[in-house]
Ligand binder design. Structure first.
Ligand SMILES: Cc1cc2nc3c(=O)[nH]c(=O)nc-3n(C[C@H](O)[C@H](O)[C@H](O)COP(=O)(O)OP(=O)(O)OC[C@H]3O[C@@H](n4cnc5c(N)ncnc54)[C@H](O)[C@@H]3O)c2cc1C
Length: 592
């Protein structure tokens, strides 16, 4: 079973959750129309289905290989990457001044979902290049931009993100790589970086590394980190002093090389400063926020692919007799427990997609709104939603892929069906780009206090507005949707008040202990109300005479989410409000 890009669902979510029509009407997307967006997405879907998806199995089986410092990508990978870049997909969100198409993050996010659903190991490479383009466009000197951006935007070269070192993972303050100024405007970079995605490969002629390192007189901690551009090949064509030492053998995304990189074996790799000295982490955050949303989209992508595969299998596999069925064995898709699994998979995927696309639209408005006050508000909303988009979507990516294995029964555990690959591939996304635990801490300690709590309060107010619409406009087909979502939003409101107070009073244990359940609670309320917005739009279109059967399905899916998934909000609220008490006993319980 291969992948079919769900373009109609994607477009519907963009229109009715992420406000594509409104953004087009407001003029913030320039010449882009909804029709043009749909045409581009149809084309992207075809490329994902026909060119990338067929490589996914072989990429997993053969993987990237390493010999004598060279990395060879899996069969078909180079041709697919070059065709993809030549078709202009890498340039889609890039700055127009450097050959990009300047199209919105929202549109690109839908494409990123499709590339990654077709193959996560393929999709993660461009995510890093696109993030580097953003960081360079925002912070690099004009000279560096002129030398590197054209080729990165076209996809002729790729880029990497070099943060992690053996002793510095989540805690970048421990970073040790060094950069010595030479006096001619360049620096000599030395150090070892681990786990560098696409740090070495044969897809392109050059690789541009963005590297975090410390200057000799830099202050300790994160305030003493600078960002450098270090190309594999220097502008004069000579090889720079950077090499791949080895690649990792890992659980999933086998076709994506994960490299140990050595800088400066022979005296120092030549690098150029990006942005100001000691402000490297802020520059890297430009790249990381972009990459965090993209990794969230990987979660949506792998969930969608696992769901499609499980649904296909459940319609074919016959076991037992379904309730009310005639003689003989029924497809397992007819059994209530399997239906529950499939509905859970589809509902979680749709909710995560909605949150990611909402985040993308907020990022667009943060860049494109004319009015500075609106730009600021959109930026705060994007900042609030980014950790939720990243962590919730990648957590459900895992859960959905695991349910996908379950729906396959024993065949799910056998590599032949491909369901196991989705589960293995999905596992990395909650870990990289800042673990999901770190995302939850970011949400509670940095994002809730934004604008003195006004950003999160505003978000909750818009969820309440959706509940009010449900109460007014919902038909019997919505069942208990309004009541369940109202309860979820009120749980979120109370938990938010509790955590804002904890952060304000510096009750660190309370804030940190509740962070992960709070993030999930936020996502249940946000995801549920987003699905309700789509269901209400579907109801309105059906009333207006549109006979698309998908409309009834959207209402049923929203109802399932509200009545079966969002009801978990109450328990999460209690967990958050129980505070840090469990920490007192943690040492006792974990002893031995
Ligand atoms: C396949 C793969 C690709 C990668 N690609 C890249 C790349 O391209 N570039 C790059 O720079 N890095 C990359 N990484 C590294 C990745 O970003 C790190 O693995 C990740 O940030 C976690 O760091 P760590 O592995 O050192 O885990 P640790 O930081 O040791 O964390 C271990 C556990 O402790 C928790 N933890 C740590 N600190 C805290 C805290 N303060 N509070 C609460 N919990 C905490 C974490 O949530 C985690 O569960 C990649 C990793 C892998 C496996």
């Amino acid at each position: 079973m291969t992948y079919r890009a769900p373009v109609p669902d994607i477009v519907f979510t963009m229109q009715h959750v992420a406000g594509l029509d409104r953004a087009v009407a407001d003029g913030i997307y320039g010449d882009l129309s909804v029709d043009l967006a749909e045409t581009i997405l149809d084309e992207a879907g075809r490329f994902a289905n026909d060119v990338i998806a067929p490589l996914n199995r072989e990429g997993d089986r053969v993987g990237a290989t390493f010999k004598d410092g060279q990395v060879t990508t899996a069969p078909g990978w180079t041709q697919a990457y070059r065709a993809w870049a030549e078709a202009g997909w890498n340039a889609l969100p890039g700055p127009v001044a450097y050959g990009g198409q300047g199209l919105p993050t929202l549109l690109n996010s839908a494409c990123v979902e499709m590339w990654n659903a077709a193959s996560m190991a393929f999709g993660i490479g461009p995510v890093l290049t696109m993030g580097a383009i953003e960081a360079l466009a925002a912070h690099a000197s004009d000279d560096l931009k002129r030398r590197y951006l054209d080729k990165l935007v076209s996809g002729e070269w790729t880029a990497t993100m070099n943060l992690t070192e053996p002793q510095a993972g989540s805690d970048l303050a421990a970073l040790r790589s060094r950069a010595e100024p030479v006096g001619d405007g360049t620096y000599r970079i030395t150090g070892q970086k681990i786990f560098i995605t696409y740090g070495e490969h044969d897809l392109t002629d050059n690789i541009v590394h963005l590297v975090l390192a410390r200057l000799p007189d830099a202050p300790a901690g994160t305030r003493g980190i600078s960002l450098f551009l270090v190309p594999k090949f220097l502008p004069d064509g000579t090889r720079n002093d950077v090499r791949c030492h080895s690649i990792e053998h890992k659980l999933g995304i086998h076709a994506s090389p994960t490299c140990t990189m050595i800088f400066g074996d022979e005296g120092g790799a030549i690098g150029w400063l990006v942005g100001e000295e000691n402000r490297g982490l802020a520059c890297m955050f430009t790249m990381m926020n972009n990459a965090r949303l993209a990794v969230g989209l990987q979660g949506v992508a792998i969930a969608e692919r696992a769901y499609q595969q499980a649904l296909g299998y459940a319609k074919e596999r016959r076991q037992g007799r379904a309730i009310g069925a005639a003689e003989g064995m029924s497809p397992i898709a007819g059994h209530p427990d399997v239906q529950r699994n499939l509905l859970t998979m589809k509902a979680l995927t749709a909710a995560a997609r909605a949150i990611c696309y909402m985040t993308a639209e907020a990022i667009d408005r943060a860049h494109l709104e004319q009015d500075p006050a609106r730009r600021k508000k959109a930026n705060e909303r994007a900042s609030l939603l980014t950790p939720v988009a990243k962590a919730f979507s990648t957590d459900i990516g895992m859960e959905v892929a695991s349910l996908g294995v379950q729906v396959h029964g024993g065949m799910g555990f056998i590599e032949e069906t491909g369901a196991a690959q989705h589960l293995r591939d999905a596992r990395i996304a909650p870990i990289y780009e800042g673990t999901n635990g770190i995302q939850a801490i970011d949400l509670v300690t940095r994002k809730l206090p934004l604008a003195r709590g006004e950003t999160v309060r505003g978000q909750i107010a818009s969820m309440r507005a959706t509940v009010a619409r449900l109460l007014k406009e919902g038909t019997p087909a919505f069942g208990a949707t309004a009541a369940r979502l109202r309860d979820a939003v009120e749980s979120l409101d109370r938990a938010t008040g509790y955590l804002l107070e904890a952060v304000a009073s510096n009750a660190q244990g309370e804030a940190l202990a509740g962070a992960t359940p709070y993030l999930r609670l936020f996502a249940l309320a946000q995801g549920g109300t987003a699905l309700a917005e789509m269901a209400l739009a579907a109801q309105a279109q059906a009333k207006a005479g549109d006979t698309d059967p998908a409309h009834a399905g959207r209402i049923a899916l929203c109802r399932f989410f509200a009545e079966n998934i969002a009801v978990g909000a109450r328990g999460l609220e209690e967990t958050v409000m129980a505070g840090a008490g469990f920490l007192n006993d943690a040492n006792l319980a974990l002893a031995g």
